[in-house]
Design a protein around this ligand. Structure first.
Ligand code: SF4
Length: 257
């Protein structure tokens, strides 16, 4: 089913059957990043400040329709960065009160420097946080943060703070492309500092402006993470691009599933 806020369920290599919630529901992409591999194209609404995009009343209305739907997770993702929605915390609480499903949030981590965002993410059962670069220079090259966005150091420190407070499952998502593929040891070092429950080594398999790395490259990258627990790679998991045509619209809302 497809509504304006709720979509799917769609298959996710990380979260099984995932019922998606797009709290942004903008016409173009609203994001604090403009990643070179984003399958949604360029960021049309570069934002670093939070605001309300859709009301909780509207979300409550759509939740009534999916009350009995079978899924493994309810996932806050959508066309852009979900923590930009200032009512994310209330929305997570609302979803948890209506659906008996675990809640995940997929974030680019950029707003985790804010205490309110860390607190709201703490309401989710799973947080998937992005780190793609080992240096400020590569962060700017790969993620192309909006003006006013935190530095990479600030983001890493905030994930560390979040880890100290958070009792749910913290997964790190690391997207590897040509630009950062030779930095796997440095990336593994960052992952070690952040104490995640899981590390997801990804490469963009869906059509976008940069090609994915080959399975051999991802295997070599995986080696650098051998001291970490819970490391999964996109090639080990079921293929995320095997999706029926009637799910195309929903996939368009899920740049990083
Ligand atoms: S990949 Fe995610 S974080 Fe990066 S620009 Fe696209 S929506 Fe934003």
């Amino acid at each position: 089913m497809v509504n304006s806020i709720i979509y799917g369920p769609v298959p996710s290599w990380r979260l099984g059957r995932s019922l998606g919630i797009d709290l942004l529901s903008t016409k173009g992409k609203a994001c604090s990043f403009d990643c070179i591999y984003c399958q949604l194209g360029r960021t049309t609404h570069p934002l670093v400040e939070r605001k309300e995009f859709v009301s909780l009343d509207k979300l409550a209305e759509e939740l009534k329709v999916v009350r009995d739907i079978a899924a493994d997770y309810v996932t806050f993702s959508g066309v852009g960065e979900p923590t930009l929605a200032s009512n994310l915390g209330e929305a997570i609480a609302l979803v948890r009160s209506v659906l008996e499903l675990p809640v995940a949030v997929i974030t680019n981590s950029s707003l985790m420097t804010r205490e309110d965002v860390r607190h709201e993410l703490g309401l989710a059962h799973v947080v998937v946080a992005k780190v793609d670069a080992p240096s400020e220079e590569l962060f700017r090259q790969i993620n192309r943060p909006s003006v006013g966005c935190s530095t990479l150091d600030g983001i890493i420190r905030s994930i560390q703070l979040f880890r100290q407070e958070y009792e749910g499952k913290l997964a790190l998502q690391m997207m590897f492309v040509e630009a950062n593929k030779s930095y796997a040891p440095e990336m593994a070092n960052i992952a070690e500092q952040l104490l995640p429950d899981e590390v997801q080594i990804n490469t963009p398999l869906r059509p976008c402006a940069v090609p994915p790395l080959a399975p051999e490259d991802i295997s070599a990258i995986r080696q650098a993470f051998s001291s970490l627990r819970g490391v999964v790679t996109v090639y080990q998991a079921s293929r995320p691009d095997v999706v029926s045509l009637n799910q195309e619209e929903t996939l368009l809302r899920r740049p990083e599933l």
